[in-house]
Design a protein around this ligand. Structure first.
Ligand code: BEZ
Length: 326
């Protein structure tokens, strides 16, 4: 936490002098997810919280569904100060912050309650300290969407069936490593293109969380699902370092507290609703779900993935050690 606070101080010092007084501010918040997603609802709720905590001086306007561009574009906008805040996937940050890749280690955890513990850990919090220097942003808190599951047009009965599949992935090196390990052909693309790409046959398979599967209806074109829980999928609430630098100390404290409240609520909602979302998926006609597909289905993927990534980030060993205590 000490490192985190000093990183904030550096951003404040290098980007612009603090104005030192309270000001009205409507934060523009970008998201790749659609208005029905939990993240979007919590961003709206964060706007209400900010208003309550600041006597109406602070608020948010959300830009959902990648309206402002994909996550890489939003990150650039945050860096220049053209965008105030964004709720971006941890995957989308891995190119700039390699340590974030450790959160995407396969089978780091195998259930959502443990995923929550990882994201609330000191180790994960420390990774946020790299954001100011690497991206010109300040990471306020983590949340998540659900655990990742596999969905495919054709049934997958063994890991050999992944060989040669055109597999949509969230653009992120650690995710690419995972699917390449099975001979799949990863097709990195933003969330906003996934439904159409499945519909027009550009891709054969995806990995996705329950919330997004339900929101987008991917089962229209991928009727085979494996309940794999192979990866947690985190989110970071980011604020532009330039914007942060211009806030008074009082407003920084309000923004930090409001963001934390809604990150926490997001995590709690995902943990409590993961099972009922699976039940809703099971009720969908035409969708075949194979449940409890454990790490053993993927052979020695953990060893192979770790062999490639352990030299790239010390957080991999630290997070695996932490997860072993759960
Ligand atoms: C994805 O890229 O798969 C994704 C992004 C945000 C929320 C859920 C999924």
């Amino acid at each position: 936490m000490k490192n985190f606070l000093s990183a904030l101080a550096i951003v404040t010092a290098v980007t612009a002098p603090s104005l030192g007084f309270a000001q009205d501010k409507n934060f523009r918040v970008g998201l790749i997810t659609p208005p029905v997603h939990v993240w979007n609802k919590e961003v709206d709720a964060m706007g209400v919280t900010l208003g309550e905590m600041s006597e109406g001086r602070l608020g948010v306007t959300a830009f959902p569904s990648g309206q402002l561009g994909n996550e890489g574009t939003m990150l650039q906008q945050l860096q220049t100060g053209a965008l105030d805040m964004a709720w971006l996937t941890t995957a989308g940050l891995t190119l700039r912050v390699p340590d974030m890749s450790a959160l995407h280690a396969p089978f780091l955890v195998t259930n959502i309650a443990d995923a929550a513990k990882i994201l609330r850990s000191d180790e994960a919090r420390e990774i946020l300290d790299a954001l100011p220097a690497a991206t010109g942003t300040v990471g306020l808190c983590y949340a998540m969407t659900g655990m990742r599951q596999v969905m495919a047009k054709e049934p997958i009965t063994s890991v050999e069936d992944l060989d040669g599949l055109r597999f949509r992935i969230t653009p992120a090196p650690p995710i690419q490593t995972f699917f390449e390990a099975f001979g799949a052909a990863p097709a990195p693309m933003p969330l906003t293109q996934v439904y159409d790409s499945l519909a027009n046959g550009q891709i054969d398979a995806i990995d996705m969380d329950h919330e997004s599967i339900l929101n987008f209806g991917y089962y229209d074109h991928a009727k085979n699902m494996l309940e794999t829980n192979h990866q947690l999928f985190g989110m970071v609430a980011l604020v532009s370092g330039r914007v942060w630098a211009q806030l008074s100390d009082e407003d920084k404290a309000i923004v930090q507290e409001a963001a934390q409240k809604h990150c926490d609520r997001t995590i709690d909602l995902f943990v409590s609703e993961e099972e009922s979302k699976l039940e809703r998926l099971k009720a969908i006609e035409g969708l075949t779900i194979v449940e409890n597909v454990g790490p053993e289905f993927f052979g020695d993927i953990v060893e192979r993935w770790d062999a490639e990534w352990s030299a790239q980030t010390p957080y991999l060993a630290r997070l695996r050690a932490l997860a072993a205590t759960f």
